[in-house]
Design a binder for this molecule. Structure first.
Ligand code: 2HA
Ligand code: ZN
Length: 273
C-alpha cells in the first residue's frame, strides 16, 4: 500500500474512457456511468482495504457481490470533469458482507455516492458473471444515434438488431447475440435494474428507449468497442434515412456467409426477421 492510486491502471482506464465518452458527445452533463469490477490484488498496492472511509447503504440486495471491489463513477458527476479531479468523481467501493451497503475505500471526496444507476450496474454484474465469469465492466451512456433510433425505428429486438447488423458489416461479428430493448422505465429504479440485468443474461447490449444504452464486457476496450460499433451502425442508419432510405442492403445470405467466415452464430431467429 505504497503506490499513488492515481497511477493505478484501473483509475487511468476510468479517466480515459469517461473522457472519450464525453468527447463523443454521449455523456452530456451528468449523463452516463461506468462500473469496473476489480480484483483485491489490483487494489491493495494502492489502498488499505481495512480503512473504510464511509459506509453507503444501497437500496437492493447485493449479497451475490459481497466482498467484491469496484471502481464506479459518482452520482451526479460530470464525465467532463473526471480527468481533472478523479478523486472527487470516482470511488472505489467494496460490497459489504450483508449486501445491503457498500464500503467506500477511496474517492467521492466531496461526500458523494456511487452512480444513481448502481442497481442496474450491480445487478448486471451479477447477471453477466453468471454467464461469463470474466465479465468486469458495465457501461451506460447516451449514445446519440442509438438514442435517436429509439424514436424512428420499431422497438422490436429482432428487427432493431437486424437493422444494426445490416448497417455495418462488422456488427454481426461484434454482437452476434443481438441487442435487447427494454420498455421505457424510470432511470435509477430497482425495476430498470432488474429488467436490464435479466436481458444481460443473453445480450451484452441493452437499449433503454428514449434514454441510452448499456454495455457489458470483459475489459474497457471490449465494452467501449461494442457500444461504439452499435452506435456507428445507428449513425449510418441515420444518414441512410436522411439520404432517402434504403435502396439496397446486406442480404440475409451475405450475413450468413459473414457469420460462417468469422465463426460466429447469429442469434437464432434474428436473421430472417
Ligand atoms: O447518471 O445517465 O441514467 C446519469 C444517467 C442516468
Ligand atoms: Zn442515463
Amino acid at each position: 500500500m505504497n503506490k499513488n492510486i492515481l497511477d493505478a491502471p484501473f483509475i487511468k482506464e476510468m479517466i480515459e474512457v469517461t473522457t472519450n465518452l464525453y468527447n463523443h458527445g454521449w455523456d452530456e452533463r451528468n449523463g452516463g456511468n461506468v462500473s469496473y469490477l476489480l480484483d483485491k490484488s489490483e487494489v491493495i498496492d494502492y489502498l488499505d482495504p481495512t480503512k473504510i472511509v464511509r459506509n453507503i447503504p444501497i437500496p437492493f440486495d447485493g449479497e451475490d457481490l459481497k466482498g467484491r471491489y469496484f471502481v464506479v463513477t459518482g452520482s451526479g458527476k460530470y464525465f467532463k470533469n473526471v480527468q481533472n479531479d478523479p478523486a472527487c468523481n470516482l470511488g472505489v467501493i467494496r460490497v459489504a458482507e450483508d449486501g445491503q451497503s457498500v464500503d467506500l475505500l477511496w474517492g467521492y471526496t466531496d461526500g458523494g455516492v456511487p452512480t444513481s444507476e448502481l442497481p442496474s450496474h450491480l445487478m448486471t454484474h451479477i447477471s453477466r458473471l453468471s454467464v461469463d465469469p470474466t465479465n468486469r465492466i458495465v457501461m451506460h451512456c447516451h449514445a446519440t444515434h442509438l438514442l435517436a433510433m429509439t424514436f424512428s425505428h420499431e422497438l422490436d429486438e429482432k428487427k432493431f438488431t437486424k437493422t444494426l447488423w445490416q448497417m455495418c458489416t462488422e456488427c454481426l461479428v461484434v454482437f452476434p447475440e443481438g441487442v435487447s430493448i427494454l420498455p421505457w422505465l424510470i432511470p435509477g429504479s430497482i425495476e430498470i435494474g432488474k429488467a436490464t440485468a435479466e436481458k444481460m443474461k443473453t445480450t451484452r447490449l441493452v437499449i433503454w428507449p428514449q434514454h441510452g444504452v448499456y454495455g457489458a464486457g470483459r475489459n474497457m476496450d471490449e465494452v467501449y468497442g461494442l457500444i461504439e460499433t452499435a452506435e456507428k451502425a445507428a449513425q449510418v442508419y441515420t444518414y441512410v434515412m436522411a439520404q432517402g432510405g434504403i435502396k439496397q442492403t446486406l442480404s440475409v445470405e451475405n450475413l450468413q456467409r459473414l457469420a460462417d467466415a468469422f465463426g460466429v452464430i447469429p442469434r437464432a431467429g434474428y436473421l430472417n426477421e
